[in-house]
Design a binder for this molecule. Structure first.
Ligand SMILES: Nc1ncnc2c1ncn2[C@@H]1O[C@H](COP(=O)(O)OP(=O)(O)O)[C@@H](O)[C@H]1O
Ligand SMILES: [Mg+2]
Length: 148
């Protein structure tokens, strides 16, 4: 059961960055989090979603010479929009809903569990999620924390 609380986005994002650097030391993570942004969410569930997005982004860019991933959080009229973007091969539009199915994976060592877990958390929490393509040419995963 999701247990939402209010907390500052900055330190939360920095903790994700710290975990990311340990797991993916050769991939650069750029954070864009507005000052004084406050989140209203279950922090463990939100971290699970973002870590899955970040892990997939790091894996999608691991073959690149200069791998980097972006994590952005910004307040909008509808709520707080979170974006994880990479410069990998992207997700074909035809598969943008299949990727959330259990066991769907295109990776040799993939399980297809990650984004299915993400979808379950998102549905239970009331967070719309979407896989699209970004300006970097790779995948852009979007998550909205609706204004409560
Ligand atoms: N950032 C990304 N870039 C390209 N493809 C992605 C990305 N994230 C997810 N995908 C696609 O979605 C599939 C499912 O992801 P996921 O559920 O995390 O399973 P896994 O990582 O075990 O393959 C991946 O196998 C891949 O085809
Ligand atoms: Mg995965």
């Amino acid at each position: 059961v999701p247990c939402p609380v209010r907390f500052a986005a900055g330190p939360f994002a920095q903790e994700l960055e710290r975990l990311f650097k340990v797991a993916w030391p050769s991939c650069n993570l750029a954070l864009t989090v507005s000052d004084a942004l406050v989140l209203d969410a279950d922090p463990d569930l939100l971290a699970q979603v973002l870590i899955n997005f970040l892990r997939n982004a790091a894996q999608a860019t691991r073959h690149l010479a200069d791998p980097h991933v972006r994590l952005a959080m910004a307040a909008q009229s509808e709520g707080v929009l979170m974006k994880v973007e990479d410069k990998g091969p992207g997700i074909p539009e035809a598969s943008s809903s299949d990727i959330f199915l259990p066991f769907y994976s295109t990776r040799r060592d993939g399980s297809g569990i990650g984004l299915n877990l993400v979808r379950q958390i998102a549905v239970a929490s009331g967070w719309p999620i979407e896989a699209t393509s970004g300006a970097l040419g790779g995948a852009l995963m979007r998550l909205l924390l609706p204004r409560s």
